[in-house]
Design a protein around this ligand. Structure first.
Ligand code: FMN
Ligand code: EPS
Length: 393
Protein backbone atom coordinates (compact mmCIF):
# COMPACT_ATOMS: atom_id res chain seq x y z
CA UNK A 1 0.00 0.00 0.00
CA UNK A 2 1.21 3.52 -0.74
CA UNK A 3 -0.43 6.89 -0.44
CA UNK A 4 -0.06 10.63 -0.97
CA UNK A 5 -1.76 13.64 0.52
CA UNK A 6 -2.20 17.07 -1.07
CA UNK A 7 -3.84 20.38 -0.24
CA UNK A 8 -3.20 23.76 1.35
CA UNK A 9 -4.66 24.67 4.74
CA UNK A 10 -6.82 27.49 3.32
CA UNK A 11 -7.07 26.11 -0.22
CA UNK A 12 -10.25 24.62 -1.68
CA UNK A 13 -9.77 21.02 -0.54
CA UNK A 14 -7.55 18.27 0.84
CA UNK A 15 -6.98 15.07 -1.13
CA UNK A 16 -5.47 11.64 -0.53
CA UNK A 17 -4.90 8.75 -2.92
CA UNK A 18 -4.33 5.26 -1.49
CA UNK A 19 -3.14 2.49 -3.76
CA UNK A 20 -2.69 -1.21 -2.92
CA UNK A 21 -5.70 -1.89 -0.69
CA UNK A 22 -7.10 -5.40 -1.15
CA UNK A 23 -10.29 -5.77 -3.18
CA UNK A 24 -13.55 -6.82 -1.45
CA UNK A 25 -12.76 -4.89 1.71
CA UNK A 26 -15.78 -3.19 3.37
CA UNK A 27 -15.24 0.58 3.45
CA UNK A 28 -17.69 3.22 4.63
CA UNK A 29 -17.49 7.01 4.87
CA UNK A 30 -19.21 6.93 8.27
CA UNK A 31 -16.22 5.31 9.94
CA UNK A 32 -13.84 7.84 8.38
CA UNK A 33 -16.09 10.76 9.40
CA UNK A 34 -16.26 9.56 13.01
CA UNK A 35 -12.45 9.71 13.24
CA UNK A 36 -12.25 13.07 11.44
CA UNK A 37 -14.63 14.49 14.02
CA UNK A 38 -12.50 13.18 16.89
CA UNK A 39 -9.40 14.81 15.36
CA UNK A 40 -11.20 18.15 15.29
CA UNK A 41 -12.06 17.87 18.96
CA UNK A 42 -10.23 17.63 22.26
CA UNK A 43 -9.99 20.52 24.73
CA UNK A 44 -7.51 23.18 23.60
CA UNK A 45 -8.40 23.61 19.94
CA UNK A 46 -8.69 27.09 18.42
CA UNK A 47 -11.37 28.86 16.36
CA UNK A 48 -10.58 27.20 13.02
CA UNK A 49 -12.12 23.98 14.24
CA UNK A 50 -15.43 25.76 14.74
CA UNK A 51 -15.43 26.68 11.05
CA UNK A 52 -14.59 23.23 9.67
CA UNK A 53 -16.96 20.23 9.69
CA UNK A 54 -14.64 17.66 8.12
CA UNK A 55 -16.53 15.11 6.02
CA UNK A 56 -14.89 12.78 3.54
CA UNK A 57 -15.97 12.14 -0.02
CA UNK A 58 -14.82 8.90 -1.66
CA UNK A 59 -14.51 9.49 -5.40
CA UNK A 60 -12.79 6.32 -6.63
CA UNK A 61 -11.89 2.75 -5.78
CA UNK A 62 -15.10 1.76 -3.95
CA UNK A 63 -18.39 0.36 -5.27
CA UNK A 64 -21.42 -0.50 -3.13
CA UNK A 65 -19.39 -0.36 0.09
CA UNK A 66 -16.54 -2.63 -1.06
CA UNK A 67 -13.08 -1.73 -2.35
CA UNK A 68 -12.31 -2.57 -5.98
CA UNK A 69 -8.53 -2.97 -5.63
CA UNK A 70 -8.10 0.23 -7.64
CA UNK A 71 -6.79 3.51 -6.12
CA UNK A 72 -9.09 5.00 -3.48
CA UNK A 73 -9.40 8.80 -3.61
CA UNK A 74 -10.49 10.70 -0.52
CA UNK A 75 -11.46 14.37 -0.46
CA UNK A 76 -12.25 16.76 2.38
CA UNK A 77 -13.40 20.30 1.52
CA UNK A 78 -12.03 23.28 3.49
CA UNK A 79 -15.06 25.25 4.67
CA UNK A 80 -12.70 28.16 5.47
CA UNK A 81 -11.84 28.43 1.73
CA UNK A 82 -14.79 30.74 1.19
CA UNK A 83 -12.99 33.34 3.36
CA UNK A 84 -9.70 32.91 1.51
CA UNK A 85 -10.64 32.60 -2.18
CA UNK A 86 -8.94 35.88 -3.14
CA UNK A 87 -5.90 35.50 -0.86
CA UNK A 88 -5.37 31.86 -1.93
CA UNK A 89 -6.53 32.21 -5.56
CA UNK A 90 -5.20 29.64 -8.03
CA UNK A 91 -5.14 31.95 -11.10
CA UNK A 92 -2.18 34.34 -11.72
CA UNK A 93 -2.54 37.77 -10.08
CA UNK A 94 -3.95 40.50 -12.35
CA UNK A 95 -1.25 42.95 -13.56
CA UNK A 96 -2.60 45.79 -11.43
CA UNK A 97 -2.09 43.89 -8.14
CA UNK A 98 1.31 43.92 -6.48
CA UNK A 99 2.13 40.58 -4.71
CA UNK A 100 3.32 42.66 -1.76
CA UNK A 101 -0.18 44.07 -1.32
CA UNK A 102 -1.78 40.65 -0.90
CA UNK A 103 -3.69 40.50 2.38
CA UNK A 104 -2.38 38.19 5.14
CA UNK A 105 1.14 38.28 3.67
CA UNK A 106 3.65 36.95 6.22
CA UNK A 107 7.17 38.36 6.51
CA UNK A 108 7.84 37.77 10.24
CA UNK A 109 8.58 34.06 10.64
CA UNK A 110 7.34 32.27 13.77
CA UNK A 111 10.11 30.55 15.76
CA UNK A 112 9.40 26.80 15.87
CA UNK A 113 7.29 26.78 12.69
CA UNK A 114 8.45 25.99 9.15
CA UNK A 115 8.12 29.64 8.02
CA UNK A 116 11.73 30.86 7.79
CA UNK A 117 13.55 27.77 6.55
CA UNK A 118 10.70 26.88 4.19
CA UNK A 119 10.86 30.39 2.73
CA UNK A 120 14.61 30.15 2.22
CA UNK A 121 14.37 26.69 0.68
CA UNK A 122 11.59 27.39 -1.83
CA UNK A 123 12.31 31.08 -2.41
CA UNK A 124 8.99 32.31 -0.98
CA UNK A 125 9.07 35.95 0.13
CA UNK A 126 5.49 35.61 1.37
CA UNK A 127 5.88 32.99 4.11
CA UNK A 128 2.18 32.14 3.80
CA UNK A 129 3.30 29.95 0.87
CA UNK A 130 5.14 27.80 3.44
CA UNK A 131 2.56 27.93 6.23
CA UNK A 132 -0.21 26.70 3.96
CA UNK A 133 1.31 23.26 3.46
CA UNK A 134 3.35 22.95 6.66
CA UNK A 135 0.11 23.45 8.64
CA UNK A 136 -1.21 20.46 10.54
CA UNK A 137 -4.39 20.83 8.47
CA UNK A 138 -2.67 18.08 6.45
CA UNK A 139 -3.18 15.65 9.34
CA UNK A 140 -6.88 15.55 8.35
CA UNK A 141 -5.91 13.35 5.43
CA UNK A 142 -3.55 11.25 7.52
CA UNK A 143 -6.50 10.47 9.77
CA UNK A 144 -8.72 9.75 6.76
CA UNK A 145 -6.11 7.31 5.40
CA UNK A 146 -5.63 5.81 8.87
CA UNK A 147 -9.38 5.33 9.24
CA UNK A 148 -9.27 3.25 6.04
CA UNK A 149 -6.27 1.34 7.45
CA UNK A 150 -8.22 0.70 10.65
CA UNK A 151 -11.11 -0.77 8.68
CA UNK A 152 -8.57 -3.09 7.07
CA UNK A 153 -7.00 -4.03 10.43
CA UNK A 154 -10.39 -4.65 12.03
CA UNK A 155 -11.03 -7.36 9.39
CA UNK A 156 -7.96 -9.13 10.79
CA UNK A 157 -8.92 -8.69 14.46
CA UNK A 158 -6.30 -5.95 15.03
CA UNK A 159 -7.45 -3.01 17.17
CA UNK A 160 -5.79 0.33 17.93
CA UNK A 161 -6.34 3.16 20.37
CA UNK A 162 -4.47 6.31 21.40
CA UNK A 163 -4.72 8.22 24.64
CA UNK A 164 -3.02 11.24 26.16
CA UNK A 165 -0.55 10.44 28.96
CA UNK A 166 0.93 13.89 29.64
CA UNK A 167 0.13 17.57 29.06
CA UNK A 168 2.35 20.40 30.29
CA UNK A 169 4.05 18.18 32.91
CA UNK A 170 0.80 16.66 34.25
CA UNK A 171 1.18 12.90 33.87
CA UNK A 172 -1.27 10.02 34.11
CA UNK A 173 -0.86 7.20 36.61
CA UNK A 174 -0.18 4.17 34.35
CA UNK A 175 -1.70 1.93 37.05
CA UNK A 176 -5.09 3.54 36.36
CA UNK A 177 -5.29 1.95 32.89
CA UNK A 178 -2.70 -0.88 33.10
CA UNK A 179 -5.33 -3.63 33.23
CA UNK A 180 -7.53 -2.17 30.46
CA UNK A 181 -7.66 -3.47 26.89
CA UNK A 182 -7.95 -1.31 23.77
CA UNK A 183 -11.78 -1.35 23.75
CA UNK A 184 -11.98 -0.37 27.42
CA UNK A 185 -9.52 2.51 26.96
CA UNK A 186 -11.51 3.71 23.96
CA UNK A 187 -14.73 3.71 25.96
CA UNK A 188 -13.14 6.03 28.57
CA UNK A 189 -11.37 8.44 26.24
CA UNK A 190 -14.42 8.94 24.02
CA UNK A 191 -16.12 10.59 27.01
CA UNK A 192 -13.04 12.56 28.09
CA UNK A 193 -12.33 16.19 27.05
CA UNK A 194 -8.58 15.55 26.58
CA UNK A 195 -8.80 11.88 25.42
CA UNK A 196 -7.07 10.77 28.62
CA UNK A 197 -7.72 7.41 30.32
CA UNK A 198 -6.95 8.70 33.85
CA UNK A 199 -9.86 10.76 35.18
CA UNK A 200 -7.82 12.50 37.89
CA UNK A 201 -5.06 13.62 35.52
CA UNK A 202 -7.63 14.63 32.88
CA UNK A 203 -9.27 17.36 34.98
CA UNK A 204 -5.84 18.80 35.87
CA UNK A 205 -4.91 18.80 32.17
CA UNK A 206 -8.09 20.71 31.27
CA UNK A 207 -7.28 23.33 33.93
CA UNK A 208 -3.67 23.60 32.69
CA UNK A 209 -4.86 24.19 29.10
CA UNK A 210 -7.31 26.91 30.23
CA UNK A 211 -4.58 28.56 32.26
CA UNK A 212 -2.01 28.56 29.43
CA UNK A 213 -4.58 29.89 26.97
CA UNK A 214 -5.28 32.80 29.33
CA UNK A 215 -1.57 33.57 29.34
CA UNK A 216 -1.28 33.59 25.52
CA UNK A 217 1.06 30.60 25.65
CA UNK A 218 0.88 26.94 24.53
CA UNK A 219 1.46 23.42 25.93
CA UNK A 220 2.80 20.14 24.55
CA UNK A 221 2.51 16.62 25.88
CA UNK A 222 2.80 12.88 25.30
CA UNK A 223 0.42 10.46 23.58
CA UNK A 224 0.43 6.67 23.69
CA UNK A 225 -0.78 4.36 20.93
CA UNK A 226 -1.60 0.71 21.63
CA UNK A 227 -2.08 -1.89 18.87
CA UNK A 228 -3.63 -5.21 19.94
CA UNK A 229 -3.85 -8.43 17.93
CA UNK A 230 -0.92 -7.93 15.55
CA UNK A 231 0.62 -11.33 14.71
CA UNK A 232 4.31 -11.93 15.53
CA UNK A 233 6.93 -11.47 12.82
CA UNK A 234 5.68 -8.29 11.10
CA UNK A 235 8.80 -6.35 10.06
CA UNK A 236 12.26 -7.92 9.83
CA UNK A 237 15.75 -7.86 11.33
CA UNK A 238 17.39 -8.73 7.97
CA UNK A 239 17.56 -5.19 6.55
CA UNK A 240 17.65 -1.83 8.40
CA UNK A 241 14.71 -0.31 6.55
CA UNK A 242 12.45 -3.28 7.25
CA UNK A 243 12.68 -2.92 11.04
CA UNK A 244 9.18 -2.32 12.35
CA UNK A 245 10.25 -0.17 15.30
CA UNK A 246 12.09 2.14 12.89
CA UNK A 247 9.08 2.29 10.59
CA UNK A 248 6.69 3.06 13.45
CA UNK A 249 9.02 5.68 14.94
CA UNK A 250 9.28 7.32 11.50
CA UNK A 251 5.49 7.39 11.18
CA UNK A 252 5.09 8.98 14.62
CA UNK A 253 7.84 11.54 13.93
CA UNK A 254 6.16 12.51 10.65
CA UNK A 255 3.36 14.21 12.63
CA UNK A 256 3.73 18.00 12.90
CA UNK A 257 5.38 19.04 16.18
CA UNK A 258 6.35 15.48 17.28
CA UNK A 259 9.91 15.45 18.58
CA UNK A 260 10.54 12.05 20.22
CA UNK A 261 9.37 8.45 20.36
CA UNK A 262 9.66 5.56 22.83
CA UNK A 263 8.41 1.97 23.00
CA UNK A 264 7.20 0.04 26.06
CA UNK A 265 9.00 1.29 29.16
CA UNK A 266 10.90 3.60 26.82
CA UNK A 267 13.65 5.87 28.10
CA UNK A 268 13.30 4.33 31.58
CA UNK A 269 15.17 1.33 30.13
CA UNK A 270 18.33 3.37 30.72
CA UNK A 271 17.71 3.19 34.49
CA UNK A 272 17.07 -0.54 34.90
CA UNK A 273 19.14 -3.76 34.66
CA UNK A 274 18.38 -6.20 31.83
CA UNK A 275 16.55 -8.58 34.18
CA UNK A 276 13.98 -5.82 34.73
CA UNK A 277 13.65 -4.83 31.10
CA UNK A 278 13.42 -7.98 28.95
CA UNK A 279 10.17 -9.93 28.84
CA UNK A 280 10.25 -13.62 29.80
CA UNK A 281 8.90 -16.04 27.18
CA UNK A 282 6.09 -18.54 27.92
CA UNK A 283 3.80 -20.88 25.92
CA UNK A 284 0.24 -22.07 26.51
CA UNK A 285 -2.19 -24.22 24.50
CA UNK A 286 -4.59 -21.26 24.27
CA UNK A 287 -2.17 -18.43 23.43
CA UNK A 288 0.84 -20.16 21.88
CA UNK A 289 4.01 -18.15 22.61
CA UNK A 290 3.59 -15.02 24.73
CA UNK A 291 5.65 -12.75 27.01
CA UNK A 292 5.01 -12.62 30.77
CA UNK A 293 5.38 -8.83 30.63
CA UNK A 294 5.44 -6.26 27.83
CA UNK A 295 8.19 -3.87 28.85
CA UNK A 296 9.67 -3.80 25.33
CA UNK A 297 6.33 -2.69 23.88
CA UNK A 298 5.71 -5.62 21.53
CA UNK A 299 8.87 -5.47 19.40
CA UNK A 300 12.08 -7.51 19.33
CA UNK A 301 14.69 -7.42 16.56
CA UNK A 302 12.60 -5.05 14.46
CA UNK A 303 9.68 -7.52 14.46
CA UNK A 304 6.35 -7.59 16.27
CA UNK A 305 6.29 -10.23 19.03
CA UNK A 306 2.50 -10.73 19.08
CA UNK A 307 2.20 -8.74 22.33
CA UNK A 308 0.48 -5.34 22.09
CA UNK A 309 2.59 -2.67 20.39
CA UNK A 310 2.97 0.25 22.82
CA UNK A 311 4.49 3.42 21.35
CA UNK A 312 4.55 6.95 22.76
CA UNK A 313 5.35 10.24 21.04
CA UNK A 314 6.12 13.64 22.52
CA UNK A 315 4.59 16.77 21.00
CA UNK A 316 6.28 20.12 21.57
CA UNK A 317 4.11 23.12 22.53
CA UNK A 318 2.41 24.81 19.55
CA UNK A 319 4.79 27.42 18.02
CA UNK A 320 2.23 30.16 17.26
CA UNK A 321 1.94 32.24 20.42
CA UNK A 322 -0.48 35.05 21.24
CA UNK A 323 2.45 36.28 23.35
CA UNK A 324 4.83 36.00 20.37
CA UNK A 325 8.58 35.43 20.52
CA UNK A 326 11.16 37.68 18.93
CA UNK A 327 11.80 37.25 15.22
CA UNK A 328 13.18 39.23 12.28
CA UNK A 329 11.17 40.79 9.44
CA UNK A 330 12.61 39.29 6.24
CA UNK A 331 11.91 42.56 4.34
CA UNK A 332 13.72 44.93 6.71
CA UNK A 333 15.94 42.46 8.64
CA UNK A 334 14.83 44.44 11.71
CA UNK A 335 13.87 42.62 14.91
CA UNK A 336 10.12 42.23 15.35
CA UNK A 337 7.84 39.90 17.27
CA UNK A 338 6.61 36.99 15.14
CA UNK A 339 3.32 37.12 13.25
CA UNK A 340 0.28 36.19 15.35
CA UNK A 341 -1.94 33.75 13.51
CA UNK A 342 -5.15 32.24 14.86
CA UNK A 343 -3.93 29.09 16.63
CA UNK A 344 -4.51 26.15 18.99
CA UNK A 345 -3.27 26.65 22.60
CA UNK A 346 -2.88 22.85 22.95
CA UNK A 347 -3.46 20.25 20.25
CA UNK A 348 -2.15 17.20 22.13
CA UNK A 349 -5.59 15.51 22.36
CA UNK A 350 -6.19 16.07 18.62
CA UNK A 351 -2.66 14.86 17.89
CA UNK A 352 -3.35 11.62 19.78
CA UNK A 353 -6.01 10.87 17.16
CA UNK A 354 -3.48 11.60 14.41
CA UNK A 355 -0.91 9.35 16.14
CA UNK A 356 -3.35 6.45 16.31
CA UNK A 357 -4.05 6.78 12.60
CA UNK A 358 -0.47 7.08 11.34
CA UNK A 359 0.48 4.03 13.42
CA UNK A 360 -2.53 2.07 12.14
CA UNK A 361 -1.52 3.04 8.59
CA UNK A 362 2.05 1.81 9.07
CA UNK A 363 0.93 -1.49 10.62
CA UNK A 364 -1.58 -2.04 7.78
CA UNK A 365 1.11 -1.23 5.22
CA UNK A 366 3.57 -3.67 6.83
CA UNK A 367 0.97 -6.46 6.85
CA UNK A 368 0.26 -5.84 3.17
CA UNK A 369 4.02 -6.02 2.55
CA UNK A 370 4.23 -9.43 4.28
CA UNK A 371 1.16 -11.22 2.89
CA UNK A 372 -0.41 -11.49 -0.55
CA UNK A 373 -3.12 -8.85 -0.38
CA UNK A 374 -5.05 -8.72 -3.66
CA UNK A 375 -8.28 -9.85 -1.99
CA UNK A 376 -9.40 -9.43 1.60
CA UNK A 377 -10.50 -13.06 1.96
CA UNK A 378 -7.25 -14.39 0.47
CA UNK A 379 -5.28 -12.27 2.91
CA UNK A 380 -7.38 -13.42 5.88
CA UNK A 381 -6.78 -17.08 4.92
CA UNK A 382 -3.03 -16.51 4.64
CA UNK A 383 -2.83 -14.76 8.00
CA UNK A 384 -4.92 -17.43 9.74
CA UNK A 385 -2.65 -20.17 8.37
CA UNK A 386 0.41 -18.20 9.51
CA UNK A 387 -1.06 -17.69 13.02
CA UNK A 388 -1.63 -21.46 13.38
CA UNK A 389 1.95 -22.11 12.22
CA UNK A 390 3.55 -19.68 14.72
CA UNK A 391 1.40 -21.00 17.58
CA UNK A 392 2.72 -24.53 17.09
CA UNK A 393 6.26 -23.50 16.14
C1 FMN B 1 -3.24 18.46 15.43
C2 FMN B 1 -2.21 19.55 15.35
C3 FMN B 1 -2.62 20.88 15.40
C4 FMN B 1 -1.68 21.91 15.34
N1 FMN B 1 -2.11 23.19 15.43
C5 FMN B 1 -1.21 24.19 15.34
C6 FMN B 1 -1.63 25.56 15.46
O1 FMN B 1 -2.81 25.87 15.60
N2 FMN B 1 -0.67 26.52 15.37
C7 FMN B 1 0.65 26.22 15.20
O2 FMN B 1 1.48 27.12 15.14
N3 FMN B 1 1.07 24.95 15.10
C8 FMN B 1 0.18 23.92 15.17
N4 FMN B 1 0.63 22.64 15.08
C9 FMN B 1 2.06 22.37 14.98
C10 FMN B 1 2.69 22.84 13.67
O3 FMN B 1 1.98 22.34 12.55
C11 FMN B 1 4.17 22.40 13.60
O4 FMN B 1 4.84 22.80 14.75
C12 FMN B 1 4.85 22.99 12.36
O5 FMN B 1 4.33 22.36 11.21
C13 FMN B 1 6.37 22.86 12.35
O6 FMN B 1 6.78 21.55 12.31
P1 FMN B 1 7.66 20.87 13.48
O7 FMN B 1 7.06 21.35 14.77
O8 FMN B 1 7.48 19.40 13.30
O9 FMN B 1 9.07 21.34 13.33
C14 FMN B 1 -0.30 21.59 15.18
C15 FMN B 1 0.10 20.25 15.12
C16 FMN B 1 -0.83 19.23 15.21
C17 FMN B 1 -0.38 17.80 15.14
C1 EPS C 1 -6.54 23.56 10.39
C2 EPS C 1 -6.11 22.74 11.34
O1 EPS C 1 -5.17 23.06 12.26
C3 EPS C 1 -4.41 24.21 12.04
C4 EPS C 1 -2.98 23.82 12.22
C5 EPS C 1 -2.10 24.99 12.21
C6 EPS C 1 -0.67 24.76 12.04
O2 EPS C 1 0.07 25.76 11.91
O3 EPS C 1 -0.23 23.60 12.04
C7 EPS C 1 -2.61 26.27 12.41
C8 EPS C 1 -4.06 26.56 12.58
O4 EPS C 1 -4.60 26.93 11.33
P1 EPS C 1 -5.48 28.25 11.11
O5 EPS C 1 -4.50 29.37 10.99
O6 EPS C 1 -6.26 28.07 9.84
O7 EPS C 1 -6.37 28.37 12.29
C9 EPS C 1 -4.79 25.32 13.01
O8 EPS C 1 -6.18 25.55 13.01
C10 EPS C 1 -6.62 21.39 11.52
O9 EPS C 1 -6.14 20.71 12.42
O10 EPS C 1 -7.49 20.96 10.71
Amino acid sequence: MRFFTAGESHGPQLTAIIEGLPAQMPLTVEMINTELKRRQGGHGRGRRMQIEKDQVLITSGVRHGLTLGSPVTLTVMNDDWKHWTNIMGIEPLPDDINPEDIKRRITRPRPGHADLVGGMKYGHRDLRNVLERSSARETTMRVAIGAVAKQFLRQLGIKTVAHVTEIGGITTDPESYAALNVDEIREIIEQDPVYCADEVASSKMVAAIDDIKGRGDTLGGVVEVVVEGCPPGIGSYVQFDRKMDGRLAGAMMSINAFKGVEFGMGFKMAQNPGSEVHDEIAWSEELGYYRKSNRLGGLEGGMTTGMPIVIRGVMKPIPTLYKPLESVDIETKEPFVATIERSDPCAVPAASVVAEHVIATEVAKAIMDEFRSDTMDGLKDEINRYKEYVKGF
